[in-house]
Design a protein around this ligand. Structure first.
Ligand code: HEM
Ligand code: CU
Length: 616
């Protein structure tokens, strides 16, 4: 292209007018996007709209996933209760016996557990959390008009959407959804004849998750490229808010680990439909040896957990980023140990790739190999503890606003400490051999990843709701929601540690034929009731969310919290392109709170005469 090509002339003119090259000119594309309802709201390429799409789809799945857990908790707490009333929803999965009593089919119990895990882990805590906040905050906080590729970004949402449609469909087929657990270990997952759900349900499950991987990769490539290339002038890496660091590292984790999962799933599909034997060997059905030999189900476990462990950090890192940011804003203090926070994120990310076999201590791996995984697993506790220390130090002496986002941040820290501690127990193979596949593990990962990640997400939603919808959520309802969730979470998962240590295994349909577990009937009832109460607490959130979208208190100031980061420099109702005019240039880091007698100094405010750049 020659220098006086019309495009270049226009570009030069723009650079002159605006004093910068902003990579994305609304003047060029703006009207193309804003033409009609379909391109504005459905096939939108605006990252802010895509963020809302991820969030609302995530909320939909959270309701379904949580409702499933209530149904199987009912089974565990009240195995003799009449479930006939669920027939209108669950259809033939509720069997009515001669006495007219309805029972949840054991097959379907496993399907519910499987769907609950899959949906919450992938659709809610991965897509709903990372998809929402990476999309919302990356361009806004680094000062970019949109993602590097708004088109691929849109595709990322639609692949997620297709993936969720396929999964949803599997709920309605006559043989039901997959029922072999969210980890989908073979042979249940590899042999279509293994159980009812191993048939078409499992095929749909795999197809759904392969589509999901595509979505994660499209999203992740965009996040990484955008953060590395589209930062506004002055936004050096060391001036980025911790949210952005967390999203960046999360995306890298996803990019390195999700393809491994996808390839593992392809081998699984081959085993299922082409007669290969990657994961099958020595399988007998009705005394007949299967003719497929040579494979190993342990291979699947290695592949799965090579994603599976980084995946838990793909879920928790964005929540950590959100909490670091929100905690600092509402404590009106700089985040303590900014660089240490970044290095901890990096250390956790690196270590998360070399500990996967701590999920396999019981699968017959060589104990010497186990020792390696024990050591590295326990080393993760060090950067984790650094982060906890820094959050608490940030709170210490702060001018704390105890609003809903802050409450959820504090709740997050509490959950992360509780769940991290039980991780140290499980990380020791000698203890894990006792605890594996008991409710102790269930309690551990629900506290540290389920509840903690949800709390990070809630902190983010309450905090950035005005940025997304121009209105505030109701604080009173928010606080009630927080306290029900906080007390509820410990009431549900606290006792699970106890029954787990007593040896009660996970993934059982009922316990009353085991003398050893009879003593825990009352605890199981208690857990179920606590879960139901907590569930209704979440409904409060959903009501608050949708009500506030239309009726909440209107946002009138651009920067209602007195925040430093750039997202609060855009207009209240920012169009596609975010800043109607020039993107602000960044002069300082994101945490200048309580400096020089000022409550806060936004990132684009120039350094004063003689002012030292903040040390961090
Ligand atoms: C100090 C840090 C941690 C340590 C030492 C640790 C250790 C472990 C170990 C050894 C297991 C395997 C237990 C078994 O199946 O027998 C486990 C399970 C699990 N952990 Fe952690 N963990 C830690 C933190 C976390 C975090 C931060 C998350 C999530 C954000 C997490 C999520 C999970 C999940 C999802 C499982 C169970 C997966 C399943 O079998 O279904 N852990 N943890
Ligand atoms: Cu792990």
């Amino acid at each position: 292209m020659s220098a006086n090509h019309p495009n270049n002339v226009e570009k030069d003119k723009l650079i002159q007018e605006l004093g910068y090259d902003d990579h994305f000119h609304e003047h060029h594309h703006g009207d193309k996007y804003q033409t009609n309802f379909l391109t504005t709201y459905i096939f939108s390429q605006d990252h802010k709209i895509i963020a809302r799409q991820f969030l609302i789809t995530g909320i939909f799945w959270a309701i379904i996933g949580a409702a499933m857990s209530i149904i199987f908790r009912l089974q565990l707490g009240f195995p003799d209760a009449d479930m006939a009333w669920l027939r209108p929803i669950l259809g033939h999965w509720i069997t009515i016996n001669d006495a007219g009593i309805g029972r949840l089919d054991p097959e379907f119990y496993y399907a519910l557990v499987t769907m609950h895990g899959t949906i919450i882990v992938f659709f809610v805590l991965t897509a709903g959390l990372s998809g929402t906040f990476s999309n919302l905050l990356i361009p806004l906080q680094i000062g970019a008009r949109d993602m590097a590729s708004p088109f691929l970004n849109m595709l990322s949402y639609w692949f997620f959407f297709m993936s969720s449609v396929v999964m949803f469909y599997s709920l309605f087929i006559s043989t039901g959804p997959f029922s072999g657990g969210w980890t989908a270990y073979p042979p249940l997952s590899a042999l279509p004849q293994a159980s009812i759900g191993s048939g078409a349900g499992m095929t749909l499950w795999t197809v759904s998750l392969v589509l999901f991987v595509v979505s994660v990769l499209l999203g992740g490539m965009n996040y990484i490229t955008t953060i590395l290339n589209l930062r506004t002038k002055g936004m050096s890496m060391w001036r980025m808010p911790l949210t952005i660091w967390a999203f960046l590292v999360t995306a890298i984790l996803g990019l390195l680990s999700f393809p491994v999962l996808a390839s593992g799933f392809f081998l699984l599909l081959f085993d299922r439909s082409l007669g290969t034997s990657f994961y099958l060997s020595d399988i007998f059905i009705n005394g007949q040896a299967l003719d497929r030999i040579g494979g190993s189900p342990i291979l699947y476990q290695h592949i799965f957990w090579f994603l599976g462990h980084p995946e838990v950090y793909i879920i928790i890192l964005p929540a950590m980023g959100i909490v670091s940011e929100v905690l600092s804003v509402h404590a009106r203090k700089p985040i303590f140990g900014y660089r240490a926070m970044v290095y901890s994120i990096l250390a956790i990310a690196f270590l998360s790739f070399i500990v996967w076999a701590h999920h396999m201590f019981m699968s017959g791996v060589n104990p010497f190999i186990s020792n390696f995984f024990v050591v590295f697993t326990l080393i993760i506790a060090v950067p984790s503890a650094v982060k906890v220390f820094n959050w608490i130090s940030t709170l210490y002496g702060g001018n704390i606003r105890l609003n809903t986002p802050m409450l959820f941040c504090i709740g997050f820290v509490s959950m992360f400490i509780s769940g991290g501690l039980t991780g140290i127990f499980l990380g020791n193979s000698a203890i894990d051999i006792q605890q594996h596949d008991t409710y102790f593990v269930v309690a551990h990962f629900h506290i540290v990843m389920g509840v903690a990640a949800f709390f990070g997400m809630f902190a983010g939603v309450y905090n950035w709701f005005p940025k997304m919808f121009g209105r505030f959520m109701n604080e009173t309802l928010g606080k009630i929601h927080f306290w029900i969730s906080m007390i509820g979470a410990y009431a549900v998962f606290g006792p699970m540690h106890y029954i787990g240590m007593a040896g009660v295994p996970r993934r059982y349909y009922r316990f009353d034929s085991f003398d050893a577990f009879k003593d825990f009937d009352d605890l199981n009832k208690f857990i179920t009731i606590a879960a139901i109460v907590t569930f209704f607490g979440q409904i409060l959130f959903v009501v608050n969310f949708f009500w506030s979208m239309y009726r909440g208190r209107k946002m009138t100031e651009q920067n209602p919290y007195g925040s430093n980061s750039l997202e609060w420099t855009t207009p209240i109702d920012a169009g596609h392109g975010n800043w109607p005019e020039k993107i602000p240039t960044v002069q300082r880091w994101a945490y200048d709170y309580g400096k020089d007698d000022k409550e806060f100094i936004q990132q684009h405010v120039p350094l004063q005469e003689g002012e030292e750049p903040s040390s961090h």
